[in-house]
Design a protein around this ligand. Structure first.
Ligand code: HEC
Length: 125
């Protein structure tokens, strides 16, 4: 069984080499959330911070899935500010008793960018 998996892995690997890398290009996807400038900025900021240690996109981790946060709050300026404040100050009681860590060194601008990014994830699978 292990041998079969190895052979399949090797076959896929060779196929990937032969295709010259063109398979990684996304063609025809014009309206992807990844095209939104807020997406790229928020992804970069959340990666620089510790967010992914407690959050995943579509699965509940220590914190709620970003997808569920995006579904819970309507994408309005008021809600973006609310979430940005929560990202900066932390808190608990909305999703359960586990507290969200405070990120007091983040600027309001960066926290807003992160909140905008999370709002974009509501349709993720
Ligand atoms: C130590 C674990 C931890 C880290 C690190 C963390 N979070 Fe959270 N986060 C949580 C928990 C737990 C909750 C749920 C809090 C609650 O129920 O009020 C939460 C909730 C949230 C919410 C929803 C807030 C609400 O009131 O509905 C947002 C948005 C969020 N986190 C964003 C972030 C971002 C962005 C970062 C990185 C800067 C981050 N989190 C880092 C644990 C964490």
């Amino acid at each position: 069984m292990k041998k079969n998996i190895l052979i399949i892995t090797l076959a896929v690997f060779c196929f990937a080499c032969n295709s010259g890398g063109s398979s990684s290009e996304k063609t025809g996807e014009t309206k992807s959330v990844a095209d939104n400038p807020d997406y790229e900025k928020g992804l970069a900021l959340t990666t620089q911070s510790d967010c992914w240690g407690c959050h995943k996109i579509s699965e509940v981790s220590i914190g709620p899935a970003y997808k569920l946060i995006g579904q819970k709050y309507e994408n309005t300026e008021a809600n973006i500010n609310l979430l940005a404040e929560k990202i900066q100050n932390g808190g608990s009681g909305v999703w359960g008793s586990v507290p969200m860590a405070a990120h007091s060194s983040l600027s309001k601008e960066d926290a807003v960018a992160m909140a905008k990014y999370i709002m974009l994830l509501k349709d993720e699978k």
